[in-house]
Ligand binder design. Sequence first.
Ligand SMILES: Nc1nc2c(c(=O)[nH]1)N[C@H]1C(S)=C(S)[C@@H](COP(=O)(O)OP(=O)(O)OC[C@H]3O[C@@H](n4cnc5c(=O)[nH]c(N)nc54)[C@H](O)[C@@H]3O)O[C@H]1N2
Ligand SMILES: Nc1nc2c(c(=O)[nH]1)N[C@H]1C(S)=C(S)[C@@H](COP(=O)(O)OP(=O)(O)OC[C@H]3O[C@@H](n4cnc5c(=O)[nH]c(N)nc54)[C@H](O)[C@@H]3O)O[C@H]1N2
Ligand SMILES: [Mo]
Length: 768
Amino acid sequence: MLQELYDPDRIKVPMKRTNPQKGRGVDPKFVPITWDEALDTIADKMMELRKNNESHKFMLARGRYSPTTTDIAYGTMAKVFGSPNNMSHSSICAEAEKFGPYYTEGYWGYRDYDLARTKYLVIWGCDPLSSNRMVPNTINKFGDILDRGTIAVVDPRLSAAGAKAQEWLPIKPGEDGALATAIAHVILTEGMWSKEFVGDFKDGKNLFKAGQTVDEAAFAEKHTNGLVKWWNLELKDRTPEWAEKVTLIPKDQIIRVAKGMGKAAPNVAVWLGPGPVMSPRGAYPSFAIHALNGLLGSVDNEGGTLRNSKVPKGKMPSFDAYMDAVAKEYSKKPKIDQRGRKEFPVIASGKAGSGVITNNIANAVNAADPYDIKVFISYWSNFNFSCTGADRWDKAMAKIPFFAHITTNPAEMTQFADIVLPAAHHATQKMSIIDNKGNLHAHLSIQQPVVGRLWQEKADETEIMFLIAERLKAKGFPNIYDYFTKEIKDPETGKNPATAEEFAEIVNKIYSMPAWKPKEPLKGDKLDGWDDFKKKGIYNSEPYEFRKLWGKFGKEVEKDGKKEIEGTVTKKFEFYSETLKMALQGHADKHKTTIDDVLQASGYLAKGDMAFVPHYEPPKRWGDEKEYPYTFIDYKSRLNREGRSQNCTWYQEFKKVDVGDESWDDVIKINPVDAKKLGIKTGDMVKVTSQTGSITVKAKLWEGVRPGTVAKCYGQGHWAYGRIAAKDYSKFLPRGGNNNDLMPDDYERLTGSTARNGGFTGVKIQKV
Ligand SMILES: Nc1nc2c(c(=O)[nH]1)N[C@H]1C(S)=C(S)[C@@H](COP(=O)(O)OP(=O)(O)OC[C@H]3O[C@@H](n4cnc5c(=O)[nH]c(N)nc54)[C@H](O)[C@@H]3O)O[C@H]1N2
Ligand SMILES: Nc1nc2c(c(=O)[nH]1)N[C@H]1C(S)=C(S)[C@@H](COP(=O)(O)OP(=O)(O)OC[C@H]3O[C@@H](n4cnc5c(=O)[nH]c(N)nc54)[C@H](O)[C@@H]3O)O[C@H]1N2
Ligand SMILES: [Mo]
């Protein structure tokens, strides 16, 4: 944080581009300008769209964000202006992880884990000692779990957690569905499922025998739906012998881990990360892996996997009255990211077409399908670096006629900007409210500017939006500004904001007020007003209450006068997901086709009932094994703040803390067996080539990847950003290589997620 804040390469004043040519490696020839000129230029470009009846060609995209923005920048600006294109970065993050929890237990969100009580922790495709969420809490509890019970790590790469765990299962990338279904098979044939949660055979005799179907009527299910269907359709054949061949994990280890989990049930937590799911066929492994938590009765249970306690949050007042006829009409145009098309069901939280397909925006812009984008504002984002198939973003960003980037650093995306606006550093200079959870509590905390402004930077999501709105009003479009200054009121004094700074504080007050001035006394921390909240900095909820959801995984609610189901259709934990069936049927109906056809268009192989149970599908791979014999593994650095920390000297100096990595470098890890075949030694430069791109980096021989796979950390490879991140910024020379120049753009289409894991990228390696 300190090094990001005081980074000498920060953007200090607004700038404009003087070189009209745009492209990777093209010097934009930025020159400093005043805030006045910058805001005028942006407002003029936006007004042109309104005048030409094409306000939908305005796009506003957020990368990282704070919750405050959901209502202000992201929620308001585009809509009230008259565009459907408020775009989030969510689906380049970890959306596919939420698929399993949603279609089993009706929960679209990240889980919490009761680490203090768990006896068997399975870490599946993430490394919570170095990334993922709640890292300090995990580091704190990890040793106790090792003493008390067992930790098993499913990861094709020796992660920090893998290095310390009792069991490391170095799975062949993308074969996680096979392992999960085989574990379920063992748990059932061994009779180790949770009788309390799942139920039992009516006569008490276990009829789950490999290869044999079971009569559904013989089993009395309790809080789950469709166990026997799942067994008959899929699990009966998923023996550990079969899985050994597919996953390359020894049969004995599969059985040992499955039995260990069964014995510790229900105090088992299966911690599902992006590894098995952020891949073209990732939805079903997400489903299969989370279903294990149901089988073992660890859902919503002590030592198991949890949701979060609630923190109360405030809502911004409605802006409906400020939507003029143009805004009403044009904000209903199809969104630029092509969501909802047959091949992009994106059934986030059960509704077709409800999630963003961030990385597909580049394809849509390049094809001008459904239309072209003419004015683009984005903050805290760097899609030319953070998205796979990064070169498509280079083309798209060169094509968009006007782009304003709100950023702390001259990032890759900034190189395509017409106007650059200096952003206040999020964690240290900007006020925002953060809600999060961990360790059985949810919390609402306040990020307060601990350092004043150093140059001319301003807060992206609040102050800058206010200033743009003000400028639009001066040019004849007052609606956003009027909404900001008439409807937004200080919840304590009732005063409307007169300046951007006042506005920033007031929206944060509105958002957090239910925590510091609740209508009814809260069960968690007691706070006494805004000043008390600012002084203490945090509201903590009461601790999580277990087993409140059992029997209630779904309920009927009324929304806009219509009856809807919130959660699962059967109100149970679904192994056979009626909820998924309904969502897919909704999408199929929209396209007047069948569910089978929708799944095929989305790249899945399942037909008929198989679509509604967790099942194995072989992973999709780019590049045949002959030409591209190695499978590429991507993962995060423990020093990454996503793509933002690489211009810090401490990042580079301490890079070696990533297992297998080297300081000031970016090495690709190759198993010595493979290296010998290739005639490669540690320190050799190698060209790594996929079907769509290539990077040249240093090789390192390392036994932490199995033969046939190679691994490289994500983070390095900046060709811009600053003098440390890039090897030579003046020549746009990267330090190392960006994994996103190697990986093709592909999608998990039921969630819109960008694939980066699951071994979907085949590569070849040549010494240079
Ligand atoms: N290969 C590969 N790709 C990945 C990942 C991976 O593991 N591997 N991880 C993915 C994930 S999980 C995510 S969430 C995305 C993140 O990707 P993005 O949402 O694009 O976010 P960042 O990479 O963090 O880039 C944010 C940019 O905002 C600017 N910036 C930095 N600090 C600030 C600030 O304080 N305020 C403002 N306004 N701007 C700032 C800088 O230009 C920076 O480049 O990347 C994804 N991409
Ligand atoms: N230090 C640090 N922490 C972070 C972030 C950061 O940038 N740095 N970013 C935050 C963000 S935005 C997010 S979304 C989270 C996500 O962060 P994590 O949950 O930690 O996930 P990733 O590193 O994206 O997931 C990749 C993991 O899956 C493994 N993997 C790859 N392919 C496969 C496979 O086929 N099967 C299996 N089983 N595993 C596979 C990789 O080796 C790696 O361990 O982390 C957050 N925490
Ligand atoms: Mo993320």
